[in-house]
Design a protein around this ligand. Structure first.
Ligand code: SME
Length: 161
């Protein structure tokens, strides 16, 4: 994979995901380090879409612990079932939060975050990590994000070994 992402501005979000996914696939398949792959995917998503915060929380016992991310510093540990991330882990499904102020138990790492999407990474029917994306815009995530980010999550699960 080239060292630079091919990003096209002013095309629909769905098309941006379609352009990005094969590039991420090539990037991930050329590297065995989990940390390197998570770090590059977080960077690529932020670079492509300009999201406020993009990162991974990794399952560690009964908690999620902060992994590679792009954005401001964030809370380091989240208990099972807590916040949007812990709920996505518990329910083993993607959660779209159009307005974080209306999600009961939302954990505010930054007051600038207004909407959020969390995608669980599932291997052998177990959640091994979650991908968390925050926007400073209300209602910024839809099914195009869900579909695109779930495909990216699926690319990453083999990296966990
Ligand atoms: N808002 C998340 C916490 C993580 S930060 O957004 C980076 C949650 O409620 O789980």
């Amino acid at each position: 994979m080239a060292d630079e992402l091919n990003i096209v501005a002013n095309i629909p979000k769905k098309d941006k995901y379609e352009l990005l996914i094969p590039q991420l696939d090539a990037l991930i398949n050329g590297e065995t380090s989990l940390i390197a792959n998570l770090a590059n995917v977080a960077a690529a998503l932020r670079q492509t879409f300009g999201f406020f915060w993009v990162g991974f929380y990794l399952v560690d016992g009964n908690e999620l612990v902060l992994g590679p991310f792009q954005g401001d510093i964030a809370c380091t540990r989240i208990a099972f079932g807590k916040g949007v991330c812990g709920t996505s882990w518990k329910e083993k499904q993607t959660i779209i939060v159009p307005n974080v102020d209306e999600f009961p138990g939302h954990i505010a790492c930054s007051s600038a975050s207004r909407s959020e999407i969390v995608i669980p990474l599932v291997s052998n029917e177990k959640v091994i990590a979650v991908l968390d994306v925050d926007s400073h815009v209300l209602n910024d995530f839809d099914t195009d994000d869900k579909d695109g980010l779930e495909k990216i999550a699926a690319l990453l699960t083999p990296c966990f070994g």
